[in-house]
Design a protein around this ligand. Structure first.
Ligand SMILES: [Zn+2]
Length: 431
């Protein structure tokens, strides 16, 4: 079963799960941020006012009945007026998330809206972004001005000198929009600190949506022997770990592991990555997919990599905050920072957006034992390796290197390890 099951879980349990995720991802302060859900009877379930977000329990959630009666041990959030205003003006919205996540607050204090064309999936997930000018927190005026933006059709709004508010058809939808928008903000900020961010055109985004395979034919019968199930467990654990460590967001990222021959298991498309379960993972055998499941949109690329590179037994394709700075600015990631980075990664070339689409050869021609990872412009980073844990380790290492490089910009120029020192590393560790 899904961890977040918006159909069967009580609204207060859904709220607790998501506020916990937001808090532990560093996307809200201890007291800031609030979440609500409107149920089918018109009752609104909302986080309480001024209670520690790190230790909130289901019994702390307040219910404001349709007739205005308040039930619960606490007062509803002081921002409740704008939650209510959004539900009144937009009956299609069933959940609202408001917080002060650092990158979007940065945008709100310089009074800008992040351009979601920075990565391919964000434009469709977030939709166009509204902007609400500053009003006193908790006031009816703030409620009105936000509701006006939602009335215009926006599902995500930057609140001037405050933060952001997003709505969704359920809490999973709202959370994904919130997280993706913050990720866009962060990517633009980090990309700007090392270079100049490039943005995808609407045509490139459409192209990304349309290139979706050539869906593989379905197999008639699928068997799940023990070794196959062990791989599912391994993939799920790594995806959850990557999500918890901020190395994969809900809306993007693929992990696959070779099973036997060129058969492999791969994560599905359209499932929140942090909530992937063993049964969601898709078996690909003899060029066919497990019936009734949609494998990742990058399945073709994974399949070709397994066919051509016998040394590759696992692949991770994801968006991480600091590597994406290199992806969106097309700056070269120089891994000659510390010995470990160079040994693990050697050379990480950039390839243009679209190189990962079905039928394209560029990445296949670049990958080798000495080039285990590539950065795809405005898209993601692709890391290959033998065992999945080793591939994950390589990803973590690349992200740490990128982070050190981004953080070093304000200190001075990078002084890389020199050729001779690199040669010594090669002799000692790679030959
Ligand atoms: Zn607020």
């Amino acid at each position: 079963m899904k961890k977040l099951d918006t159909k069967w879980m009580h609204p207060r349990d859904q709220i607790i799960m998501i506020i916990d995720k937001i808090y532990h991802s560093g996307l809200t302060t201890t007291s800031g941020g609030n979440i609500s859900i409107i149920d089918e009877s018109g009752d609104i379930w909302v986080t309480p006012s001024a209670i520690d977000k790190g230790s909130l329990r289901a019994s702390d959630i307040v219910c404001v009945r349709k007739d205005g009666t308040i039930e619960g041990r606490h007062k509803p959030s002081s921002e409740y007026p704008f939650h209510k205003a959004i539900y009144e003006i937009r009956p299609d919205i069933k959940a609202v998330v408001h917080a002060h996540p650092p990158a979007l607050v940065s945008f709100s204090i310089v009074r800008q809206i992040p351009n979601t064309n920075i990565i391919p999936q964000a434009k469709n997930i977030c939709g166009p972004i509204g902007y609400a000018e500053y009003k006193l927190p908790g006031s009816e005026e703030l409620g009105e001005i936000i509701a006006k933006e939602f009335e215009r059709g926006y599902n995500a709004v930057i609140m001037e000198n405050h933060g952001t508010v997003v709505g969704g058809t359920d809490l999973g939808d709202a959370f994904q929009r919130f997280e993706t928008l913050e990720f866009c903000g962060r990517t633009i900020i980090y990309g700007s600190s090392i270079g100049k961010p490039n943005y995808l055109t609407d045509e490139q985004i459409d192209e990304f949506e349309e290139q979706i395979p050539r869906l593989l034919p379905e197999m008639e019968k699928t068997e799940h022997p023990s070794d196959e199930r062990a791989i599912r467990e391994e993939i799920k654990k790594i995806v959850h770990r990557a999500s918890a460590q901020g190395l994969m967001i809900s809306s993007y990222g693929t992990v696959s592991v070779r099973w036997k021959g060129n058969d492999f298991l791969i994560t599905p498309t359209n499932v929140a990555r942090w909530d992937i379960q063993n049964e969601d993972i898709v078996q690909i055998k003899d060029g066919k997919r497990e019936a009734g499941k949609l494998p990742s949109r990058s399945t073709w690329l994974h399949q070709e990599i397994y066919k051509r590179f016998p040394h590759v037994n696992s692949i991770i394709l994801t968006q991480t905050p600091y590597l994406m700075a290199y992806s969106v600015s097309a700056e070269k990631l120089d891994v000659r920072t510390i010995p470990e980075s160079w040994i693990f990664l050697q050379d990480v070339p950039n390839v243009p957006f679209g190189s990962h689409f079905a039928g394209k050869e560029e990445i296949l021609n670049l990958l080798s034992k000495n080039t285990p990872a590539v950065i795809i412009d405005n898209d993601s980073v692709l890391v290959t390796g033998d065992k999945l844990l080793g591939t994950f380790d390589r990803l973590v290492d690349a992200e740490f290197s990128a982070k050190s490089l981004v953080l070093s910009v304000s200190l001075g120029d990078l002084k890389p390890i020199n050729d001779e020192q690199v040669e010594d590393l090669r002799k000692k560790f790679l030959s």
